[in-house]
Design a protein around this ligand. Structure first.
Ligand code: FBP
Length: 253
């Protein structure tokens, strides 16, 4: 089968996705009265002309109709609360068909590689890849190492393993943690083969520090970022977005 097209999620192959599934995965303490409103996240992504927003089924179903055709939507098909780590296993709570009804241009799924539910998650994501590809949609795997064997999920070895894991499971795009250095980022990209790699944002740092991280990511030849808190927690999200768009879209790295 030919590769699934991901060009509707990129600007000349470069990707900035605005992730907002933290309300479920971390809880409302990540947010304030402004950014807790999904409209605020949508408006940021729209005004900055980003490649997609990422929401779970609830927000997709109840808000996306207002933004249909304006900004691509990636629906996260699973999620979990912040409790019970390292065993948290988000079972699929939304089908590919439902995501398409909500307006999805791609679907996403978090896999806890090395978690105690790894086998079930691999089988579940395998079915998602099949369903998504049957409809021509890209399947995006968040591959986050987590479990009793994982001492540090951000090491070069773990991030490269996560990228390879997603690639071998059939993900079109794999989202992994930032190992924090260019060599490790490049190796993760090589391990992912034809699968595109985007890097998650992590805890908030200054806009300038985050832009530096993006420079490393792009110098390593990766596709871009799927970022949340570093954008919508910022005092001036447009300042961060201008900095990272210059790096990612304009190639100033
Ligand atoms: P951030 O950029 O805010 O780190 O978001 C990226 C993300 O992958 C979200 O999509 C997800 O909710 C969150 O990180 C999960 O974070 P973790 O499982 O590492 O706590």
């Amino acid at each position: 089968m030919a590769r699934i097209d991901t060009s509707h999620l990129s600007t000349k192959g470069k990707m900035i996705f605005l992730a907002c599934d933290q309300g479920m995965e971390h809880g409302p303490e990540d947010f304030n009265e402004k950014n807790i409103d999904p409209h605020y996240i949508y408006e940021l992504a729209l005004k900055a002309n980003l490649n997609a927003v990422i929401f779970g089924r609830g927000i997709a179903e109840h808000y996306h109709h207002e933004y249909m055709g304006k900004i691509p939507l990636i629906v996260k098909l699973n999620g979990h609360s912040r409790f019970n780590k390292p065993d948290s296993y988000g079972k699929q709570n939304c089908t590919v068909e439902e995501a398409i009804e909500f307006g999805a241009s791609a679907v996403g799924y978090t896999l806890h590689m090395a978690g105690i539910h790894e086998a079930e998650q691999m089988a579940e994501f395998g079915r998602i890849v099949k369903d998504a590809h049957a409809k021509g949609l890209p399947a995006i795997a968040w591959v986050y190492p987590r479990g009793p064997e994982v001492k540090d999920p951000n090491t070069s070895e773990m991030v490269a393993y996560a990228a390879r894991f997603g690639m071998e499971l059939g993900a079109d795009i794999v989202k992994v943690y930032n190992p924090g250095n260019e060599g490790a980022l490049r190796w993760a990209g090589i391990c992912a083969g034809k699968t595109e790699v985007v890097i998650s944002g992590g805890n908030q740092v200054t806009p300038e520090e985050y832009a530096e991280q993006c420079k490393q990511i792009m110098r390593a030849g990766l596709s871009g970022v799927a970022v949340g808190r570093n954008v919508w927690q910022a005092e001036d999200p447009y300042h961060v977005l201008n900095l990272i768009k210059d790096v990612i879209y304009n190639g100033n790295y």
